[in-house]
Design a protein around this ligand. Structure first.
Ligand code: HEM
Ligand code: HEM
Length: 185
């Protein structure tokens, strides 16, 4: 019985807008993490500041995408029943809510990092450095942003591995729930 229920629920699909937001978030997070890791390879001065500005703009964009996703999910967006049961279900739920939390925190501490450094975003605008931004505050916020970004990518990698396990090992349709339908013929 349990198997039938699981099969039936995994035949469902997310709506197109949820899929778009999911894959946009994934692409942005991977790009942001890679760019964050390689910022030091850009020559000091204008090239590095431009790369950092791109990082900050894309970072703010992922923040907007995640907020839209949370709003869409809690209103018109399709929410699917769990594809797993028992402890696997708990693990999947923890990973999904954990990913949303890590996304919000990483973006939040990214913004805080730009603020305490008083950074310029291209020549569009400048974060006004606050008076409390001592060296210790800057170091703590910078470390939190880096550590949260690393943790986000680790959890996302485990989450992606679980989706691939479902597809290739358990051979169910969990991954296809998040993939656009193939055209017939
Ligand atoms: C940085 C990368 C990623 C992030 C931040 C991320 C985040 C998320 C989140 C938060 C959910 C929960 C959706 C919801 O119920 O609202 C989700 C679902 C899902 N993700 Fe990802 N994801 C990422 C990458 C991937 C990759 C690479 C794959 C596939 C290889 C994948 C496959 C899936 C699938 C199949 C679901 C639906 C699971 C289900 O219905 O139980 N994700 N993802
Ligand atoms: C999910 C979103 C984000 C991810 C995954 C991410 C990832 C990273 C990574 C991996 C680094 C390098 C860490 C280090 O070595 O110290 C970094 C640095 C940085 N990030 Fe982000 N970031 C995100 C969003 C943001 C946002 C929204 C902002 C600000 C608007 C921001 C501002 C910065 C700044 C200022 C640095 C320091 C660059 C430097 O001084 O070399 N990030 N980020």
């Amino acid at each position: 019985m349990a198997t039938t229920a699981t099969t039936a629920t995994t035949e469902l699909k997310y709506d197109g807008f949820s899929m778009l937001l999911h894959w946009l978030t994934a692409a942005l997070v991977i790009t942001l993490w890679a760019l964050g890791q390689t910022l030091d390879f850009f020559p000091k001065g204008a090239p590095r500041l431009a790369a950092l500005s791109v990082h900050m703009v894309l970072g703010m964009l992922v923040g907007v995408v995640v907020l839209v996703r949370i709003g869409w999910r809690s209103s018109a967006g399709r929410r699917l029943p769990s594809a797993d049961e028992g402890w696997l279900n708990l693990l999947a739920k923890a990973a999904h809510y954990g990913l949303y939390l890590l996304l919000v925190l990483t973006v939040g501490f990214g913004l805080a990092r730009a603020w305490v450094h008083g950074l310029h975003v291209f020549n569009w605008f400048t974060f006004q450095r606050p008076a409390f931004a001592t060296r210790a505050v800057i170091r703590t916020i910078s470390e939190l942003h880096s550590d949260l970004a690393d943790l986000l990518v680790i959890v996302a990698a485990a989450h992606a591995a679980a989706a691939l396990m479902h597809h290739y090992v358990m051979r169910d349709s969990v991954l296809r729930r998040m993939l656009p339908r193939r055209r017939a013929g």
